[in-house]
Design a protein around this ligand. Structure first.
Ligand code: GAF
Length: 401
């Protein structure tokens, strides 16, 4: 049976473009359980794909000369919801940062650059409909990029066989490159990987160093809940500080004369402390510890040792707050509120930081109490009880190849 989200997307497409879409694709959002700001340091991350999705419905454009994209998102001003360009011109360059269509154009730009075997790229219409909270640290951006790639895999004849994107790792790297060049966010690879490779009932331990090995970790205990709590705030710092943190890590690595922070042990970091500024030391300390506890946490989950997993979540949160300094009052408050409740194993901020969401591991039997407690003291918090889901897919396509 089709989900409500897909039905809404189909209806929105036909009412906007006055014909039925011939392709439907979707890509999930994600929550990272542990391993924050480690991906661009070649470390480990442990995310899971969510049962929240970006759906794209679309098809060939009726006049074959204009490409058009539109979104149903109410968070985007009316005047910016639709974007069009003639197929005869080159793909428009990135426009003002923050515009949603940059994510779609970035993927098209990378397909054009990387997928040389594909000659025919007809004009299209597409509509984006999503229930992944925008800017909430649940990877709405990667979810849109990955859904966009699925859409063009279905639309462009032969693209699915292009050697540049035959496997999911290549597809994730293409989407990451799109995010670097169009929205110009210097993100790591975690989000695109999990949006493509998520598995039902599993979290995914990703080794963010070539060749990017992954290990599925079962997460299907019915007595357990992964609760996401949205602060509903996004501080302005979020954009610029991400790049600053990356630069601080790179500078620390250069001074320690290593290839990446993945190669630095705690003892080496302490021995090299004099070479680093205090800020660089604190940043590196977070990364080195976080990489270590992420693999420990994956092992704990394997053994269903939720007590240890919860403790490691708290260690991660404190380090993100104190050493990496990417938390904020609202995230700290939500973690504290969750930890005041019986039956909660652990809680931490998730994603880039400076707002967005926390992730909490708790017993199913206390879920209602925990939500009541959190929303009593933080009334604007939005809570989602989630389960690990599968990665992106083409749900429907009737384009002839
Ligand atoms: C954002 C980035 F996109 C990821 O690559 C990752 O670095 C994360 O912040 C922090 O762990 O989601």
């Amino acid at each position: 049976m089709e989900s409500t989200l897909v039905q809404e997307a189909k209806t929105a497409f036909s009412s906007h473009y006055s014909y039925e879409g011939s392709i439907i694709v979707r890509a999930p959002g994600r929550v990272n359980l542990i391993g924050e700001h480690t991906d661009y340091n070649e470390g480990f991350v442990l995310p899971m794909a969510l049962d929240m999705y970006t759906v794209i419905v679309g098809g060939l454009s009726s006049d074959q000369s204009v490409c058009s994209m539109t979104t149903t998102s109410q968070r985007i001003p009316d005047s910016e919801r639709t974007f069009q360009y003639p197929i005869s011109v080159a793909i428009p360059p990135p426009s003002k940062p923050g515009l949603w269509h940059n994510y779609v154009l970035g993927v098209i730009d990378q397909i054009t650059k990387q997928c040389s075997t594909v000659k025919s790229r007809p004009a299209y219409n597409l509509l984006v409909h999503s229930n992944v909270p925008l800017g909430g640290g649940l990877s709405s951006s990667a979810s849109l990029e990955v859904a966009t790639l699925q859409f063009f895999l279905a639309l462009y004849p032969g693209l699915i066989h292009d050697p540049a994107i035959l496997n999911l790792k290549q597809q994730a790297l293409l989407c990451q490159a799109a995010e670097h060049t169009y929205p110009q966010v210097p993100c790591g690879i975690m989000d695109q990987f999990i949006c493509l490779m998520g598995q039902e009932a599993h979290a995914l331990l990703i080794n963010c160093r070539l060749p990017f090995d992954t290990r599925a970790v079962p997460l299907n205990d019915p007595s357990l809940v992964v609760l996401i709590t949205d602060t509903q705030v996004k501080h302005a710092l979020a954009g610029s500080e991400y790049g600053t943190r990356r630069a601080q890590c790179e500078s620390a690595v250069a001074k320690l004369e290593k290839k990446s922070l993945r190669d630095v042990t705690l003892a080496e970091l302490q021995a090299g402390r004099d070479k680093l500024s205090d800020v660089e030391y604190q940043r590196a300390l977070h990364v080195v510890n976080e990489i270590h506890i992420t693999t420990q946490a994956a092992d704990a989950l394997d053994k269903k040792d939720y007590v240890l997993f919860g403790k490691l979540m708290l260690v991660s949160h404190s380090s993100l707050r104190d050493q990496y300094q990417v938390s904020c009052i609202e995230l700290d408050q939500l973690v504290e509120l969750a930890m005041q409740c019986e039956g909660v194993f652990g809680s931490r901020m998730t994603g880039g930081g400076f707002g967005g969401c926390t992730v909490t591991l708790l017993k199913q039997e206390v879920l209602e109490n925990v939500i009541n407690h959190i929303t009593k003291h933080y009334p604007s918090a939005k809570c989602y009880s989630t389960k690990p889901s599968a990665g992106a897919s083409i749900l429907f396509s009737v384009i002839s190849k």
